[in-house]
Ligand binder design. Sequence first.
Ligand code: UD1
Ligand code: MG
Length: 455
Amino acid sequence: MTSSSLNAVILAAGKGTRMRSALPKVLHPVAQKPMVAHVIETAQALGADAIQLVFGHGAEQLQSRLSDYAVNWVEQKEQLGTGHAVQQVIPHIGDDDTVLILYGDVPLIQQDSLEQLLSAKGDEDLALLTMTLTDPTGYGRIIRDSNGVITGIIEHKDATDAQRLVTEVNTGIMAANGSAMKRWLSALSNDNVQGEYYLTDVVAMAANEGVNIASSQPHSVSDVEGANNRVQLAALERAYQKRQAEQLMLAGATLLDPARIDVRGKVEIENDVVVDVNVVFEGYVYLAEGAVIEANCVLRDCRIGKNARVKANSVIEGAVLGENAQAGPFARLRPGAELAKDAAVGNFVEMKKTYLGEGAKAGHLSYLGDAIIGAGANVGAGTITCNYDGVNKFKTEIGEHAFIGSNSSLVAPVRIGDRATTGAGSVVTQDIGDDELGVGRARQRNISGWKRPQK
Ligand code: UD1
Ligand code: MG
């Protein structure tokens, strides 16, 4: 056997008029990622040696949005049909290549469905991914002879009434030998109802050459569903999210309602994590064993430690929670926030670039930015680190077991010593030594004989 390269061809030249959008159709996102990027990543995961991206409309937007991907850009100036689209890549197809045809607007095609197609193809020259639908209206029909041998594909618009009864349809996805595909493509005509060059016409050509045309079926219908409008796009989003939820449950997560979580990125978990309803994951999120995410949280690029808990309505971004740590309800952790083991922040606490040491607590209504807070410290309600003078940011250090009185303003740069205390309402502008009490507020005066204003 010759070693053949896998050459994936992604058709993405369609305008997508029905999206009613300034954005090219294939850039519309599923789980925050352009549809075509899903297809590119699946081709990469499959081990494609080359990826041809056939584009037409919106070239600039496509190229800037997809600049991170190593694809060969092939322009199809006019959209004269799927066969015409693949003709554009003929110069980039090697004779021994296995050519795999994919679609930029069919984003949920799974790697194992394609692996099955490729193994069904084996050393044959052509294999089709087909499926059987109760309502095949609109699709190209797979035509088989009385022995079940595939002899061609007839487009719905070109089909006779008898052919329209066929329920096995063309998904559009196929794999072919490079030299055979080039030969067939060169012979296409547009003599049909739509006046298009149909890629599907290669099937009858192959049959006429006596090629044994293989076929296989995708794992699920959603693998081969496309999006022409935003209703279909929303359906793909739900199908994608259902898959993510199922994967998480099979990996050991309890999802209180699998229909009410969204994964827009990658979530890795250990066993026995629990995720309540309306939780959105973005970027890369890691949930260690026993972690609990309560309802209505957004977690983006963060790591939640063993048995840690994110309480309801919290937004956690670029942050780390250590073992048994707790945040929320209504916590906002911004990039660089880190809670050590057993640390806790409560409602309306915002943290940014701040380390909260082991067992330390900030229970209520605080802004903690650019701070290092020692183990066992207690940060009282209303504490604010004044870390910014309008130009520069400064650090606040709070020692171990320090006690920050309620409503303290800590004007950085400043250091509060180990076991030090600040009086409630203090504006702290000078360092406080270990074990000291710092009070930075006006002394209370009581004025006797004072009269309230009269009406
Ligand atoms: C195609 C198949 C049909 C199959 C159906 C599955 C053909 C002739 N027909 O029909 O058998 O059942 O898909 O959905 O192939 N495209 C280009 N350039 C073009 C034309 C199309 O890039 O010149 C792209 C489109 O953007 C789209 C894809 O190819 O992503 C399919 O084209 P479309 O016109 O939607 O094909 P169908 O008529 O649905
Ligand atoms: Mg069409």
